[in-house]
Design a protein around this ligand. Sequence first.
Ligand SMILES: Nc1nc2c([nH]c(=O)n2[C@H]2C[C@H](O)[C@@H](COP(=O)(O)OP(=O)(O)OP(=O)(O)O)O2)c(=O)[nH]1
Length: 150
Amino acid sequence: MSEQIQVVGAAILDSLEHPARLLVARRTAPEQFAGLWEFPGGKVEAGEECEAALHRELGEELGVRVRLGAELHAEAPDGWRLNERASMRVWPAEITDGEPHPLEDHDELRWMDLADVQAVLGLPWIPADFPIVQALLDSLSTQVANARTS
Ligand SMILES: Nc1nc2c([nH]c(=O)n2[C@H]2C[C@H](O)[C@@H](COP(=O)(O)OP(=O)(O)OP(=O)(O)O)O2)c(=O)[nH]1
C-alpha cells in the first residue's frame, strides 16, 4: 500500500479574534488545479511536524509569518480527505509579519469578505476544498457576525 500524503493548509484571516476577511490563493500548477483557488500550504516533509510545515510553506509561498489559531475540526486526525492518497489539516492563521505576495505556486491572492458567503463559495475552488470552506464558514459565522456589529 502506498503511503498517505499529509497536506497542511492555512485559512489566513485578517484577524483570528475578529475575522472579517479570508485570504485565498489561485494555483498555477499542476494543470488539473491551475486557475483553481485553495488554502495556501502544501505537503508535510518526512520528519516534519504539521505546524512547522505550514509555517515553512507560508514563508516560501507568500513570504509571511503567521500565528496559528485552533485547528479547524475535521472528521479524521489527518484532516480532510482530498483524494485516495492525500488528506489536509487546516489551521486558521493571522499574519504577524510581512505582506503576502504570490511568490510560488500562485498567480493571484485575494482577500474575500467572509460575510459574502455566496462570493466565497462561488469561487472555483479545488473541488475537494468545498466541504472545508463550508466548515470554515460555519465555524466562523458567529465571530463574523459579531465583527460586523462591533
Ligand atoms: N496547498 C493546498 N493543496 C491542496 C488544497 N486542496 C487540495 O486538494 N490540495 C492538493 C493539491 C496537491 O495535490 C496537494 C498539495 O500539494 P502542493 O503542490 O501544494 O504541495 P507542495 O507545495 O509541498 O509542492 P511539491 O513539493 O509537491 O511541489 O494537495 C488546498 O486547499 N491547499
